[in-house]
Design a protein around this ligand. Structure first.
Ligand SMILES: Nc1nc2c(c(=O)[nH]1)N[C@H]1C(S)=C(S)[C@@H](COP(=O)(O)OP(=O)(O)OC[C@H]3O[C@@H](n4cnc5c(=O)[nH]c(N)nc54)[C@H](O)[C@@H]3O)O[C@H]1N2
Ligand SMILES: Nc1nc2c(c(=O)[nH]1)N[C@H]1C(S)=C(S)[C@@H](COP(=O)(O)OP(=O)(O)OC[C@H]3O[C@@H](n4cnc5c(=O)[nH]c(N)nc54)[C@H](O)[C@@H]3O)O[C@H]1N2
Ligand SMILES: [Mo]
Length: 762
């Protein structure tokens, strides 16, 4: 029988006609064309850059997402959003000293985020001049000295925090954490505190190491996929290539998402220009399940329950040999599933028992299953429990540590995984610190540092007075916009290493610096010649990236050079050879090879055609847990807030944005044009509140401490979303996220779980 027959159809895709079929393809190609043409005549450069992205050993790593390159396939797998992302960096527009002379910071603070970034690339270091309310030029050495003297003047190194956005390459990351620890703090908040912290903690608890176990070749071998809480067509478009190939070989692909996203329907594979030309598309899903927001754990447990019921008649439904040899806690888990009533599970996820049984049956029939997930699962109160439940499901059939099977978190920023591997971690292990101390001759602090939500609170109360942002847009990416802005304003000094102007530069401390850096597409010249850097993708492959373009300005420095400059100004007695490292990045890699687990022979292995894969013990069924086995999790199902009238709202990205960078107000696959201040709602929830489609509404969120936050003048859009749920866009809706509302399991802000009331504006 064809594996695709007999599935339960899911909901229907987004309304707008003309887009639902195929859901990518010419629409995507056209959008790329528009971006390439619009960006002030960058089309030729744009195309050339794109053609060099993601090439074995050549060119730069696509900054668009962390999806791996396919080593079996040297063809170019480009995607609309990767091109947009690279081209956005390659704009010909510049934000030079004339620009800052023409606009006060107060004026710029009134500009939209889009308008700020659209001004183009930063060109030289700037310092805030409070007397005139302008940013004015400053030399590099003076800028470094300003930071160094302020940091040296603090009572404690813990009065400074050093943020990282997940774009920073491995070499710069290593030097950054070295500088911070040599200075004396572990205050290393990063974007992953808002992203996949839950995944790392869940996987560490369940299988002993905090990363996924699958690689891209496993995606070629799996016959069953569950894809939860990710909008792949927009945020990891190259995943569609793997899904389409899987569909063609008869694999089953189950999408679990309150919204039926474009990837759950049909797509044109990003690199297949011929398919685009002939309008052929391939389905990338065989079954849609639409749980309510935060219902995934109940659904997964329901799948286990159904599978275990089947196993009473058919012992082969579960892998007894694997369970016996490699796991701990199976008997208790089986009992937990047996005693959990179906009604609780149905209430928990909003799906029927039959749907859960059907999903379990799809799972049972597969020989090799991958379960992938992203923010829909992680930015939840019970994110860690939910991801551990994914592992529970996988363990039942031995779907870990063999070909075509395993857990697969879909990482966000192109090097967010590498940042953690190379030491950006506010909770470093003693083993990591001991080795760093031995190799680098420093005495790193042992107390844990602050993560993102705790840094916000500390800046607010004044215990952190210096904020350094190594990339990113802290002011906008974090929860509770008003609170965050106040926190930044209370700092004595804010420093941002950036490529483009953004909100974090205009919401600043008493003193403020903007330090402009090279982008990933640009040539990085140092004493020994043009340098390459390395990154680690979502599946633990480390490979080189080398920029090809002339830098946007002759004054730009690489992130490596900027960190070295900051370090020398801050640590005058340092014995770390900072200049020596900047002169040739191979020297940084040599020390990383000694300091970091898995990086032996780094310089040679990173130059292999596709780089090398970091060892993940769980992939070999070596579980570094206390029991030495994979641990079943026995967590209770999340309780639900049953306050009448409340909805649960999740914030997410549109198709036409990159985190805090919004390219346009369109969201093509969801049928939205020219509108970002919206909430997607179920028609029944709208009717119950007297709200018509496209009516103006106010959204009020209720934080755990009882505080309320509101937005007015939003537009309600009727959508295929489960009753009781709503959705809207980040970063705008961060105004509704209380900074105090984070998951006790992961410390991640609850960006996909706001308790809200929605009313029609008068
Ligand atoms: N083009 C582009 N690419 C990107 C980014 C970008 O902004 N633009 N950002 C990058 C980054 S940093 C990251 S972390 C990733 C983010 O990639 P995603 O995780 O896809 O990001 P979101 O847009 O937040 O979408 C989350 C999805 O979760 C679903 N969801 C919400 N609540 C739930 C739930 O309770 N259960 C389930 N199952 N699903 C739920 C939403 O419907 C939505 O489809 O993408 C990376 N790639
Ligand atoms: N409500 C809500 N909030 C969220 C999320 C959500 O789903 N909902 N998602 C969260 C997630 S997953 C993440 S990862 C964060 C994102 O948080 P961040 O990583 O802090 O934000 P970005 O928007 O990716 O940062 C954009 C800026 O990075 C700078 N930049 C670009 N390229 C480079 C470079 O090569 N080097 C340097 N130094 N700077 C560069 C540019 O100046 C640009 O303005 O947002 C989080 N916030
Ligand atoms: Mo992210």
């Amino acid at each position: 029988m064809n594996a695709h027959e007999g599935e339960i159809p899911g909901g229907t895709p987004a309304p707008e006609p003309g887009y639902e079929h195929p859901s990518a393809g010419w629409g995507a190609a056209l959008a790329v064309g528009k971006v390439l043409l619009r960006k002030d005549g960058a089309p030729v450069d744009g195309v050339r850059a794109t053609l060099r992205m993601n090439h074995a050993g050549e060119g730069f790593d696509c900054p668009g997402c962390a999806w791996p390159d396919d080593p079996g396939n040297l063809h170019l797998d480009v995607c609309e959003n990767g091109i947009k992302h690279a081209v956005w960096e390659m704009t010909r527009r510049r934000v030079g000293r004339e620009f800052f002379a023409a606009h006060t910071v107060t004026e710029l603070a009134g500009w939209s985020d889009h308008a700020l970034e659209d001004e183009g690339r930063l060109t030289e270091p700037m310092v805030y001049d409070a007397d005139t309310d302008h940013y004015v030029p400053i030399g590099w050495d003076a800028a470094f000295e300003r930071v160094g003297s302020t940091l040296r003047g603090l009572d404690s190194p813990d009065a400074a925090a050093f943020y990282t956005s997940g774009r920073l390459n491995n070499e710069a990351t290593f030097l950054y954490q070295l500088m911070v620890r040599e200075y004396g703090t572990n205050n290393l908040p990063d974007c992953s505190n808002m992203c996949h912290e839950a995944s790392g903690r869940a996987l560490t608890a369940s299988i002993g190491t905090g990363k996924g176990t699958v690689d891209i070749l496993d995606w070629d071998h799996a016959d069953t996929f569950f894809v939860l809480g990710v909008n792949a067509a927009s945020n990891a478009p190259r995943m569609l290539t793997s899904l389409a190939a899987a569909y063609r070989r008869g694999a089953r692909i189950v999408h679990v998402n309150p919204l039926v996203e474009a990837a759950a329907t049909r797509t044109i594979v990003p690199h297949e220009f011929r398919a685009m030309a002939t309008f052929t598309s391939t389905p990338t899903g065989t079954l849609n399940l639409q749980p309510r927001i935060a219902g995934d754990m109940a659904l997964l447990r329901g799948m286990s329950k159904a599978l275990l019921e089947t196993a009473e008649r058919d012992p082969d439904a579960v892998d007894h040999v694997f369970l016996e040899r490699f796991t701990s806690g199976f008997a208790e888990y089986r009992e937990l599933c047996r005693t959990t009533p179906w009604e609780d599970l149905e209430r928990g996820c909003g799906l029927s028992r039959q749907q859960m049984q059907h999903a379990a049956e799809v799972y049972r029939q597969g020989a090799h299953t991958i379960i992938a997930w992203c923010l829909g699962l992680t930015q939840q109160e019970h994110g860690v429990d939910t991801i551990r439940e994914i592992v529970n499901v996988l363990l039942l059939r031995g779907n870990i540590g063999r070909e075509g099977a395993g857990p697969c978190p879909i990482r966000g920023h192109s090097n967010v995984q590498g940042n953690r591997t190379c030491g950006v971690d506010h909770r470093p292990s003693a083993v990591f610190l001991d080795r760093l101390a031995g190799v680098c001759g420093i005495d790193p602090p042992r107390e844990h540092g602050l993560d993102t939500v705790r840094t916000l609170a500390a800046m607010h109360e004044g215990s952190v007075r210096v904020f350094v942002g190594m990339g990113g847009n802290f002011a906008r990416a974090t929860p509770d916009t008003a609170y965050t802005e106040e926190a930044l304003r209370r700092c004595e000094l804010t420093v941002h290493v950036s490529t483009k102007l953004n909100r974090s530069h205009v919401v600043h401390g008493r003193q403020a610096l903007i330090l402009p850096c090279l982008g990933r597409t640009e040539k990085d010249h140092q004493a020994s010649g043009v340098q390459s850097v390395s990154v680690e993708d979502s599946m633990s492959m480390v490979h080189l990236s080398r920029g090809m373009k002339q830098p946007a300005s002759a004054h730009l420095r690489s992130e490596v050079a900027i960190i070295a400059g900051l370090a020398q100004a801050t640590l005058p007695d340092s014995t770390t050879p900072w200049d020596h490292y900047v002169g040739d990045y191979d020297r940084i890699r040599d020390v990383m090879a000694r300091a970091l687990d898995g990086f032996d022979d780094f310089n040679r292995r990173v130059r292999l055609p596709h780089g090398f894969r970091l060892r993940q013990p769980a992939r070999e069924r070596v579980f570094l847990t206390p029991s030495g086995r994979a641990e079943f999790s026995l967590a209770a199902l999340p309780a639900r807030d049953e306050t009448p009238g409340r909805l649960v709202l999740g914030t997410m990205r549109s198709h036409d944005q990159w985190n805090t960078t919004v390219y346009s107000e369109d969201d093509r696959y969801r049928g939205i044009k020219g509108l970002r201040t919206l909430v997607f709602m179920h028609p029944e929830d709208m009717a119950a509140r007297g709200i018509g489609d496209r009516d103006r509404v106010s959204v009020t969120s209720f934080a755990k401490d009882g505080s309320r936050r509101s937005v007015q003048g939003y537009t309600a859009v009727a959508y295929d979303i489960p009753e009781g749920c709503a959705a809207g866009y980040m970063p705008e809706l961060n105004v509704l996220c209380s900074a105090a509302d984070y998951s006790p399991q992961s410390d991640q802000p609850l960006m996909k779980h706001l308790n809200v009331e929605i009313t029609r504006d008068a």
